[in-house]
Design a protein. Structure first.
Lengths: 339, 252
């Protein structure tokens, strides 16, 4: 379904905007999609678990700034050791993402606070910390290997960023489908009691979820800084919207308990297609944000309709009394939907 | 792993169990002994029946008192502890994850895994095979175990929960109003399942509201009122009228 929308939008753009359907354009679409996709995959886990992480955009900025600060602080034009320096910057960025994410997870799990409020708070904390690193100024003069990371290609045509995106996608898919952690994340979102009564402590699961979300966001920030050879505290502006949008467009309901990171990845690509298409049409790029916002609302509506259909009782409202009340997702739906 | 061990004749005894919620005594110095067969708990709303089952299943800690299984004192801090001594429960609200599959629900918290180079990966094929068997054992018509639980009817959901409990070798099965959400046909099928569990020397502790049904099936009945056990009966010694009298407090 999402794939069909993606193809349709792409076909429309290539018909009306001649520059859209070129190989260069395709590469560009995927490269632009990667940071959003990383953010969205981390966000996916939070949403599957019945929570949400509003701090991922701010963490993207902080990840870029902390890795960038290390690189620009230690790089003075030397050539020999610069891969090590790039990896050091990357390591610091990921560590910052891990610490920030663990903090979110600890507060949410241990202190039993709403993820929405906790991560709204850390949105401010991470955003402020990113500003503090340089007094709000952008950082640059990174080692050449970081330029290579952000702009180079493997075997001539596959951008390194896209390769990284694919690897991370598989890692997240692995967690989602092949591990007990994945099962427990979905169960936490579907019915926390079911998980507790099955003898699993939710706090461990929550720590994992927000830690992975933090690391993925910081990684996205480091990649963006490498790509543009500049780290700025505001790099995460709008990316929270784009990340959550990708997850929702990818079909995961905010009520938790289901979804797939494949959907989030496709959602990120669709968002990137829109941006590219609008640029090729000569529209101002602000239109992309408007379009994505509208798309989120459409996606939430579609996902709600699907929820109703998937639940027992949709076609059997007459016998709805046989379904425990708490398990009916849509009490207000009207009779004429039934077939 | 405690795979389908059908031990014979388990007993569970509670001594002086007390549990307060604020000033409310949900249980006040409750004593009981449940043995093989069907042990029924009846009582008015708020009598403390669910609280008693929650204590036995390890999700609620009593303020004081002790529990013994087959004469050995046990300390049930979590649902896992209870399972380790063979106590499985079916909750009033079933505790299923509706968006997940039947198979995922059956194995939640004890997923089967295979290890590759030290990395544990879900063994889906094994879990599906076991789930199919577990569902076949209880003889209720069910779709494939890969189906999401939310697409199931109330009776089928019940069956998933029962299959989960029985398959994992429940020696003592706790049921809190298991037929509350079921239609008449599903209720009948459920009691069939229950009878076969009891016949295999299982110990079942059931909270029930349907007194004629309880009288017909139970081997032992205790009546609770306002946090106390007010009477204990064998089914042949009592009647619906007598039970009702104790439940509402007009008899003593
Ligand atoms: N988590 C809780 N917090 C506060 N009070 C509680 C809690 N659980 C139970 N109670 C109180 O303890 C008492 C016993 O409740 P319990 O649920 O054990 O009754 P019950 O016999 O199962 O009733 P019902 O037939 O309605 O299911 C009630 O007064 C109830 O309000
Ligand atoms: Mg109750």
């Amino acid at each position: 379904m999402l794939l069909a929308v993606l193809v349709l939008v792409s076909v429309v753009f290539s018909l009306i905007a001649p520059g859209f359907a070129t190989v260069g354009s395709l590469d560009n679409i995927l490269v632009v999609a990667v940071p959003v996709a990383l953010l969205a995959m981390g966000e996916s886990l939070a949403i599957y678990s019945g929570g949400i992480d509003l701090s991922v955009g701010a963490m993207l900025g902080l990840g870029g700034m902390s890795g960038g600060a290390i690189m620009s602080g230690l790089y003075h034009g030397q050539t020999g050791t610069d891969i090590g320096l790039m990896l050091l910057g990357l390591g610091v960025a990921l560590a910052v993402g891990l610490v920030g994410g663990l903090f979110n997870g600890f507060v949410i799990g241990k202190l039993k606070l709403e993820p929405l409020i906790v991560t709204l708070g850390t949105l401010g904390i991470f955003g402020g910390a990113a500003d503090l690193i340089s007094g709000g100024e952008p950082l640059s003069s990174f080692p050449p290997s970081s330029f290579e990371l952000g702009n180079g290609s493997l075997v001539g045509f596959l951008p390194i960023l896209v390769a990284i995106g694919i690897v991370v996608l598989f890692l997240f898919l692995f967690v989602e489908r092949m591990t007990t952690l994945g099962r427990h994340i979905f169960a936490l979102g579907a019915n926390r009691d079911a998980l507790v009564r099955a003898g699993v402590t939710p706090n461990g699961v929550i720590l994992w979820v927000y830690a992975l979300a933090g690391v993925a966001a910081a990684f996205a920030g480091f990649l963006k800084a490498s790509q543009f050879q500049t780290a700025t505290p505001i790099a995460g502006q709008n990316t929270l919207l784009l990340g959550v949008a990708a997850v929702v467009i990818g079909g995961a309901p905010l009520t938790g308990g289901e979804g797939t990171v494949l959907g989030a990845g496709l959602g990120a690509i669709l968002i990137s297609v829109l941006e590219n298409g609008f640029v090729e049409l000569g529209l101002q790029s602000y239109w992309q944000v408007v379009a994505v916002g509208a798309l989120v609302i459409v996606a939430v509506y579609v996902s709600q309709v699907q929820q109703r259909r998937k639940t027992f009782g949709y076609r059997h409202r007459v016998r709805a009394g046989t379904v425990p009340a708490g398990l009916m997702l849509d009490e207000g739906g009207s009779e004429e939907h039934a077939t | 792993m405690s795979q389908a061990t059908q031990a014979v004749g388990s007993t569970v005894t509670g001594t002086g169990l007390t549990k307060y919620y604020g000033a409310v005594a949900a249980l006040d110095n409750v004593n009981f002994e449940f043995g093989p067969g069907l042990n029924a708990i009846v009582g008015d709303n708020g009598a403390g029946k669910s609280t008693l089952l929650k204590i036995l299943s390890g999700v609620v800690r009593p303020d004081s008192g002790s529990i013994a299984v087959n004469g050995k004192e046990v300390d049930l801090k979590t649902a896992r502890d209870a399972r380790a001594v063979g106590i499985e429960s079916l909750y009033q609200d079933l505790a299923l994850a509706p968006t997940m599959s039947i198979c995922d629900n059956i194995f939640l918290g004890r997923e089967l895994t295979k290890s590759y180079f030290g990395v544990k990966i879900l063994d889906r094929r094994a879990m599906m095979a076991v789930a199919r068997n577990a569902l076949a054992e209880i003889r209720i018509k069910m779709p494939d175990p890969a189906t999401a639980v939310r697409t199931l009817s109330g009776g089928q959901r019940q069956a998933v929960a029962v299959a989960r409990a029985l398959h994992f070798g429940a020696r003592i099965l706790l049921l809190d109003e298991p037929t509350a959400a079921l239609g008449p046909r599903e209720t009948a099928a459920f009691f069939d399942t229950l009878r076969s569990a009891v016949r295999q020397d299982g110990t079942v502790v059931m909270v029930g509201h349907n007194l004629p049904q309880v009288l017909q099936m139970a081997n032992r009945i205790i009546v609770m009122r306002a946090g106390h056990v007010v009477a204990k009966f064998l089914p042949e010694e009592t009647s619906v009228e007598k039970l009702t009298g104790f439940m509402v407090g007009s008899a003593s």
